[in-house]
Write a protein that binds this ligand. Structure first.
Ligand SMILES: [Zn+2]
Length: 176
């Protein structure tokens, strides 16, 4: 199944009834919200969704995310690989009220019609899995800790360098 593309819309109630499985590579180029959080389009993420109905008659989806994406190193702002390996458990609910009554282990997935657009759901799950901060390992980063201490790094820490109005005047004088 490697390399399969995911369907754009799915029918979650039917899938739960049939204990269906959906699996495929996420088309990252169509996931703008995820791309905004990444350093590049390079990378891949595979999703597997298993639908079923639990003993309490709750329709649920067990999902796994696996792949490698490029995030920004917060120190040098260069891309760095991030291994994505996430799991989630969603319960299909027809309304907010129904969602509020779900057992705690489930994250609610509101499905008002028979059909559901799949990508936004997957995007939310990827965004929850991404690290809030990420740093290269010491030695792999293009910014060393000595550089940070000496203040040689300008582009990574623009806010630590206050604009001095007199230095601008000085530059103007020197240009004459
Ligand atoms: Zn770095």
């Amino acid at each position: 199944m490697f390399g399969d593309r995911l369907p754009i819309t799915i029918e979650p109630y039917k899938l739960a009834r049939d204990a269906g499985v959906i699996e495929g590579d996420i088309p990252l180029e169509k996931c703008q919200r995820v791309l905004d959080a990444l350093a590049s389009e390079q990378g891949h993420c595979h999703v597997r969704l298993e639908f079923d109905i639990d003993p309490q008659r709750i329709r649920f989806v067990r999902g796994t995310l696996k792949g490698q994406l490029q995030v920004h190193c917060q120190r040098c702002m260069q891309p760095m690989p991030f291994e994505i390996d996430g799991e989630f458990l969603l319960a299909i609910a027809s309304s907010d009220e129904a969602a509020a009554n779900l057992p705690k282990q489930y994250e609610p997935l509101i499905v008002e019609d028979e059909k559901l657009e799949l990508l936004p759901v997957i995007e939310d799950e990827i965004l929850l899995t991404l690290p809030i901060t990420s740093y290269h390992d010491e030695g792999e980063c293009s910014v060393t800790s000595e550089m940070l201490v000496s203040g040689d790094v300008e582009e990574a820490q623009p806010e630590t360098k206050p604009e001095n109005p007199f230095s601008v005047l000085q530059q103007l004088k020197e240009k004459r």
